[in-house]
Design a protein around this ligand. Structure first.
Ligand SMILES: [Zn+2]
Length: 430
């Protein structure tokens, strides 16, 4: 009797070991393309504060329909818990269009954002609600996209003439998947958003993961992973690991004038008291582990200028002062980046990539390489006179939900994801 029991245990142990080893070898087999961790710098437009953005169109964009991703059942085991590891698919070279879609922070409580005050129309135009965002992710995933890192799409090389230029890389993707860059502008939880239905800040939860805290419409504190673009995507990728290449999530584009990620890390010359300095130090200490955790979990950063400035206005010295301040107050927290997301989608390349003015040259000298604006489709142009790429991003927001259903059908159907909590007054084209 005892002997039989022992024998059974032995067999189970061996079986468990075999399955475990099998899982490990599956993991080893796949050698996906690298993800460079270097955060980018970029600038996008700030919706409600500065509704002057938008950008001209772009050239080519394309996408082939891909089959929906396969999932593989984890192996059956008896009593030995084996974490479900799906075999990683073979990777194939991809040289086509890389789509790029951007969001602002999502509206957690539509009843506060759409309460008829002066901010309402801006929120409606430039933001999506958390319900819309979740439905959009689901649809984007089902259409066969896989998230890639913007840093992997282009790289710098030395020409025969010994100059530095950018080139497009061949991506290695799971067969049938289409690459997509996601970027997220102004993840600062600005003061003006505080009473309008957004979370207040990202935090590290007791479990060591990223959460968000804020207040619900009744004023009660809420700690959740279901109400910010960052944590919702984290959860989604956890549930659908094949939505991400090497765990990549997205690019977070930051200004600095009201700190970052909900922490008031900015230097305020008008309030340079000992108390203010201590508070700023505390905020910096609080945000560091959050930045670290974000980088560990597939997020990377871009500049969005320090003051969310329109780069086409004012002097070069204004641009320089702004950039220095961003590097000093934000770059010092998020690390180096070569990505620049234009505020207001206000580009420095003449709209067709042909111009290279002094401001663009200055940013390239600082180490920025990829300059992303806003446009009607995926577009990118490698500059031949300077080491830079200019590109466009499509914008997932209320404006395109209401008026650009067809163009965004490659990602989602506006009629299906549209949140009925939006005010009816603005109307839809479909
Ligand atoms: Zn912005």
């Amino acid at each position: 009797m005892i002997k039989t029991k022992l024998l059974k245990m032995l067999i189970c142990t061996l079986l468990g070991l075999l399955i475990f080893c099998g899982a490990v070898s599956c993991r080893k087999k796949a050698d996906p393309s690298d993800t460079s961790g270097a955060p980018p710098a970029s600038s996008d437009e700030n919706p409600v504060n500065n509704p002057e953005d938008t950008s001209p169109g772009s050239l080519d964009s394309a996408q082939e329909e891909a089959s929906s991703p396969e999932t593989t059942e984890p192996p059956e085991t008896s009593q030995f818990p084996v974490s479900p590891v799906s075999p990683e698919p073979d990777l194939v070279p991809y040289n086509g269009i890389v789509e790029h879609l951007f969001f602002h922070e999502a509206i957690a409580f539509p009843q506060l954002a759409f309460d008829g005050d002066s901010g309402q129309s801006g929120y409606d135009e430039y933001m999506v609600t958390v319900d819309e965002y979740k439905a959009m992710l689901e649809s984007i995933y089902n259409k066969g996209y896989v998230l890639v890192n913007m840093n992997d799409v282009w790289s710098e090389y030395t020409t025969e003439n010994n100059t530095q230029r950018m080139k497009k890389n061949t991506l290695m993707l799971p067969e049938g998947k289409k690459p997509l860059i996601l970027s997220f502008d102004d993840i600062s939880f600005y003061e003006y958003m505080k009473t309008d239905g957004f979370m207040d800040k990202l935090i590290i939860g007791d479990d060591g993961e990223i959460w968000a805290s804020g207040r619900d419409p009744n004023g009660n504190t809420v700690v959740t992973q279901d109400m910010t673009v960052v944590t919702i995507l984290d959860k989604f990728v956890k549930e659908h690991p094949d939505f991400s290449l090497n765990g990549v999530k997205g690019c977070i584009a930051l200004t600095g004038y009201e700190g970052i990620l909900g922490y008031r890390t900015q230097y305020d010359s008008k309030n340079d008291t000992p108390e203010a300095r201590i508070m700023r130090k505390q905020e910096i200490a609080r945000v560091r582990p959050i930045v670290r955790k974000l980088k560990e979990t597939g997020w990377y950063f871009a500049t969005h200028s320090y003051g969310h400035i329109d780069l086409n206005r004012g002097s070069l010295s204004r641009v320089q002062t702004d950039a220095e301040r961003w590097l000093d107050e934000v770059g010092s927290l998020v690390g180096e980046t070569s990505l620049f997301i234009y505020p207001f989608g206000s580009r420095l390349d003449g709209g067709d990539g042909s111009k290279t003015g002094p401001a663009l040259q200055y940013y390239v000298e600082l180490g920025f390489r990829v300059f992303a604006s806003v446009g009607i489709e995926a577009y990118s142009k490698i500059k031949t006179d300077i080491c830079a790429v200019v590109c466009d991003r499509m914008h997932a927001d209320g404006g395109t939900l209401r008026r650009e259903r067809n163009r965004y059908m490659i990602f989602y159907d506006a009629a299906e994801v549209f949140d009925p909590a939006r005010p009816a007054v603005y109307g839809n084209s479909w």
